[in-house]
Design a protein around this ligand. Sequence first.
Ligand code: ATP
Ligand code: MG
Length: 585
Amino acid sequence: MAWNTIVKGPAEKASAVVGDYDAARSAFSWEAARAELDGLPNGGLNIAYEALDRHVARGRGERVALRSVTKDGAVEEFRYADLTVRTNRFANLLRDLGVGRGERVFSLLGRVPALYVAALGTLKAGSVFAPLFSAFGPEPVRTRATLGDARVLVTTEAMYRRKVEPWRHMLPGLRHVLLTGGMSASAEGCIDLDAALPAAGADFAVVPTAPEDMALLHFTSGTTGRPKGAVHVHGAVVAHHATARMALDLLPGDVFWCTADPGWVTGTSYGIIAPLTVGATMVVDQGEFDAERWYGILERHRVTVWYTAPTAIRMLMKAGEEPARRHDLGALRFLASVGEPLNPEAVAWSHRVLGRPFHDNWWQTETGGIMIANLAAMDVRPGSMGRPLPGIDAAIVERTPDGGVRVVDSPMTAGELALRRGWPSMFRGYLGEEERYCRCFAGDWYLTGDLAMRDADGYFWFVGRGDDVIKSAGHLIGPFEVESALLEHPAVAEAGVIGIPDPVGGEAVKAFVALKPDWTAGDELRHDLLAHARRRLGPAVAPKELEFRAGLPRTRSGKIMRRLLKARELGLPEGDLSTLESDER
Ligand code: ATP
Ligand code: MG
């Protein structure tokens, strides 16, 4: 594969936390990374203490921790000192209710300030926080609350009525429902959180959790099947902190906007914990995606570091260049993307239109934090996920017949992406699925289930999820490469590619394409797109069939659900759709 490296000037690299990749890699140790945090006075380690109290203890309590933007654009600010007191009250409330260490506190909330207070207050109390995405319906909420043995649920009355009350009697272990944003007298068996908090004590001694104590329960996106509940521990905060500094170039005083919802791991690791441990100001938008709104937020809040996802970037591209040019985005210093492969076209677009390239990085719910990234100090190779962070060993491996794995050394050879176990934010289990957890490991290696390649300089290139890869006439075809080629065509807004049975090749490539505004689907355009793909990819890899759709099926975290395209194409069962969001056909 050829690539056009974006060579960055010294000024663009100057602010980097990591000055030189190789030097940082050899100097790095997780012990030293832990020493950058304070730890509890009595020797324990607690995520919430590192996020809030330690800043207050060090005289930084007056800084703004959270700037919350409501749907209608109003702004509410919370200093580190404010959040420290509010989370103390929340922890005291849990204690008063008899909620114990290790017990699960679920949230089902939009990105309102109460969500952030509940998350960090729960961690202070030594209980386990399990965030759910607020758009989930009753069934996905019930299955996750059951699997996670929810003791407490924090939500609003409207969501409680629709999504929890119908099945609450089936879950007697769910002892307390806390409602924020107002509560009517008829909400039986619930507690008015907004009234209870001011009555709870303002001082709280953070529970001295040990690094291996369970802190978070995070459900995966459900892109490939039934979502799994990944268990994370307090020690993960060492990785949240260090990786945010290295991969997001995040510094104290930065204005940081992570657009992910805390219902997904990105929205917790980097939408709550990491920016606070670093001492940044985080912007949280309670509204939904809208190009004009988003550019407005970047401009008005002088966002310096921005972390978003390819789906959003593709939507910005679809909205055209004009809205971007109308806003002053001059405060932006570093742009990062995660969640799905970032097409080279999107990197080139942002470099041209926003004045900065997006830096792709790769990780999973299971890894708890960023593992591979295009660091600020590195030149960007559009289409590559970047290089493993200092402290992370990544390799391409091949499974061997004896159940082990072998490292593949030859460059640009596709194989499974594996990570050497032992970084602090690695998941410690899939709740209730011990066997599935064990199957993720071979000796020293954690097997990610993603296929990738490594080039001679150590950059990693995403090929596809193990389940999505297409085998055609002896070739291994990654959907990403085909989709990226289609996206280069001016008509294409989104593309999703699957394998369909083919009598000759075993499998053939079929593409589903959504068009930009102003383009009309038709046979002529179809032929044009297929010819474009053949020119770019060659006949062995290019799609044989192409179908137009209004949009592609996506998970609520914004990932294209190729397995659903495939199930429908082949008339197979559609599987777990609890995380399906948009599905315009
Ligand atoms: P499930 O495991 O339930 O199928 P999921 O894997 O989508 O869902 P997440 O943990 O939210 O759940 O997503 C991690 C996955 O997202 C990665 O394994 C990878 O397939 C994809 N991904 C994340 N970042 C990138 C990236 N930069 N490039 C390519 N793929 C990425
Ligand atoms: Mg996964």
